[in-house]
Write a protein that binds this ligand. Structure first.
Ligand code: MD6
Ligand code: FE
Length: 220
């Protein structure tokens, strides 16, 4: 059966608002990146030609289903020793590709729009999700500086973003994120639990059968 363009996971839902506050310090900006998605994806292509997507190993010894790479002054890496930011790509024994100016400028503008002016990102983690791939609920706490927000950009297939509270007990909200949507969290929400539900099958004109996310942090 040929795969069809996926109009949205909830195609019978009414139009979603361009801006939706999730909690104090966390907001969804829908379509915010839409006019820049071709340029952002061109940068992803250039980065992954140098530092290809790979499946990292968790400290517990499992292969992550999300394929990852990085650009910037360091990259988020996971292996048997743990999680960390490393200025060297361990697969290539070389520095990560540098952060494109377009990435840093875009992240700064988006963070300001969400109420976090002067966001000075130094790391961009690039994730690729195939259908069935998920990212379990977790907190981002490997960064040195929790005063800076996290800015995530969704490209390609839609996904359900899980956004919980500051404890694992709080049941996460399920937010549909589509091509060009941003989720930004910081301030009181900086350590909120979050994740991605298993990706549905589909094919997107911009990415093919996958979702790509960019997550900008200030890690160092
Ligand atoms: C996303 N990614 O891909 C969200 N966090 O939309 C993450 O939250 C994330 O991929 C920490 C480490 C790796 C990740
Ligand atoms: Fe995360």
């Amino acid at each position: 059966m040929p795969k069809q363009y996926q109009p949205g996971l909830f195609s019978d839902a009414p139009n979603l608002p361009p801006r939706e506050a999730l909690t104090e310090g966390a907001v969804v900006l829908r379509d915010y990146a839409l006019n820049q998605t071709p340029a952002l994806l061109e940068e992803v292509d250039a980065i992954t030609k140098v530092a290809p997507f790979r499946h990292m190993i968790t400290p517990g010894g499992f292969r992550m289903s999300v394929a990852m790479t990085n650009c910037g002054r360091a990259g988020w890496v996971s292996d048997r020793k743990g999680y960390r930011y490393d200025p060297i790509d361990p697969d290539r024994a070389a520095p990560w590709p540098s952060m494109p100016a377009r990435f840093a400028d875009f992240a700064k503008q988006a963070a300001a729009e969400a109420g976090f002016p002067n966001f000075d990102t130094d790391v961009c983690l690039i994730n690729r999700y195939a259908p069935g791939t998920k990212l379990s609920l977790h907190q981002d706490k490997d960064e040195h500086d929790f005063t800076a927000p996290i800015v995530t950009v969704s490209l390609g297939l839609s996904a359900v973003f899980l956004f919980g509270g500051l404890t694992r007990k709080e049941r996460p909200r399920r937010i549909e994120v589509s091509h060009g949507d941003l989720v930004i969290w910081g301030g009181q929400a900086r350590l909120a639990y979050h994740g991605i539900a298993p990706l549905a099958e589909g094919d997107h004109p911009a990415t093919g059968p996958c979702r790509i996310s960019l997550t900008f942090r200030k890690a160092l």
